[in-house]
Design a protein around this ligand. Sequence first.
Ligand SMILES: [Mg+2]
Length: 140
Amino acid sequence: MVIAVDFDGTIVEHKYPKIGKERTFAFETLKTLQKDGHVLILWTIRTGELLDEAIEYCKKNGIEFYAANKNYPEEIYDESISRKVNADIFIDDRNVGGFLGWGEIYQLINQDNPNNKNNYLNRLAQNEKKSFWSIFKNRS
Ligand SMILES: [Mg+2]
């Protein structure tokens, strides 16, 4: 999935235009999401130098975004016009219900993922049930 991630208030505590402290598990979760194969786009109101600072800060913490404030690295983006990036999911501290925390966000993203461990175990259990019933039916 393409996941757009806000910066201020989401990856770090909201201290705009300064950079706040990392929110608990932010970079750990982002790294795991990248390992899981998701494409991360930084989606922030920051532009110019403030945007560069945020990108640099994330890089130092092990996260390189596929693109920042655009859909792909080469896209020419007019920063004077605000519009929505084409992402499957947005992670933002202004969600309805407020910021969920990175642990819960990761769980929510993964509950529909077929590679998720619990989903995998459930599928195994389902298949076992199926094969049990097919053996049972073939007998009768
Ligand atoms: Mg924010």
